[in-house]
Design a protein around this ligand. Sequence first.
Ligand SMILES: [Zn+2]
Ligand SMILES: [Zn+2]
Length: 246
Amino acid sequence: MTPHHLSPYGWHALAAAHSLHDARVLLAIHVDREARHNTSSLRDAAPLLRSPIWGVRHASGGHGDPTSAILTLERGPARVTTWADISRRLDGRLTWLAQQIRATVAEDPWWAVYETLPRLLPGTAAVVARHLADDDAWVRSRDVLDLPAAVVPLPGEPVPPACPACRQRNLHIQQTGPIEAWTVVCAGEWRDGRHNPCLCVGAGCGCGMEVAVEGVAHIWPRAAVLAGVRSETTSGQARIPCEARE
Ligand SMILES: [Zn+2]
Ligand SMILES: [Zn+2]
């Protein structure tokens, strides 16, 4: 896929798809190992027993809470969850998502969704991005793969570049998938214990995005940001240029 001319929602969807792809690769390794060494399933799946996602309370904790064991019995899965179960559940969600956007699922539902991304209208891309991000967060969570998000702070000398919209130095680079699909996002600002996300204000926004969409969390193609950082002088301010910028 050539990720040119994606809307900001399309960029969010693309980044989430690639992040989920990397997590699925690791999941497939677990499934494979589980199939070859059947006895390791219980040990591998042990963290899931305390996962709030599965509606199960930790049976061994909370002596003062006599209901925890009952909840485990009543609300627990019918059998111990295996990596194969998780993989099937994820593929089921991706297949459902592919069907919602009328993608043809030939073999891999991830691929079916991914391939359709460039053709999605921005509103649909926004919904798809949210579903992919949710699935990625679930499969990377502490109770499943325990895999951190593939996001690192954007480095810079002497100080990291500032966001051209909110001026916070809190830009992060999302580095999954091919390098041309990498993106930079602004994590916004924490003040007085509250998080202020950095959202686009649409036309006239300082973000410099070719397509500025009101309300969407700021996201830029990595190449555009690095070009801005390289061309900056001594001010320490990143300018994020694009063709549409005067
Ligand atoms: Zn910002
Ligand atoms: Zn903006």
